[in-house]
Ligand binder design. Structure first.
Ligand code: INI
Length: 159
């Protein structure tokens, strides 16, 4: 029996891309900083000259799937992380943005065969979003861990 699982060591060859939405950047910048902290502590080069990690900024979460698709299908990355924050209180079209972002990310991941981590926070209030972006916990850290696990798992599996 073979058990396939992701590992958090020997990540030297792993190539990652992060797509970050500027909308609510008070929140998304904090998610990004938690994400980079986690990647760095697991040995990923997150420096400005890194050949292991690239970033793409998009206006809002609605645009995330398009850019995630370009990155995932480029053949350059083992895993793509998406970071966004959609806040119901400020967003009459909350449901539309969330549905497009979540369906879009799932579709890109399935169709490209590249793991795309869904790191779009969906909350009722800015306070809740900030709590998940560092005041209580920084989910950017968790999204990075999930990316490392999935990137490593996919490399371990037969193609
Ligand atoms: N984008 C977000 O990422 N979060 C939001 O809360 C949000 N609100 O409030 O509208 C939001 N809107 C912008 C949207 O993602 C697109 O950028 C815009 O509609 C242009 O396509």
């Amino acid at each position: 029996m073979t058990v396939f699982e992701g590992r958090f060591t020997d990540l030297s060859g792993l190539r990652l891309a992060v797509v970050v939405a500027r909308f609510n950047d008070l929140v998304t910048a904090k998610l990004l900083s938690g994400c980079l902290d986690c990647l760095s502590r697991h040995g990923v080069d997150v420096s400005e000259t890194s050949a292991q990690l690239d970033q793409a900024w998009v206006p809002g979460s609605f645009e995330i799937p398009l850019v995630a698709k370009r990155l995932a299908t480029s053949g350059r990355y083992d895993v793509v992380i998406t970071l966004g924050a959609v806040i119901r209180g400020d967003t009459p079209h909350f449901d539309v943005v969330v549905a497009e972002a979540s369906k879009g990310v799932a579709t890109v991941s399935r169709e490209s065969g590249v793991p795309v981590i869904f790191g779009v926070l969906t909350t009722d209030t800015m306070q809740q979003a900030l709590e998940r972006a560092g005041i209580k916990n920084n989910l950017g850290w968790s999204y990075a861990l999930e990316a490392l696990e999935m990137g490593s798992l996919m490399r371990a599996m037969p193609s």
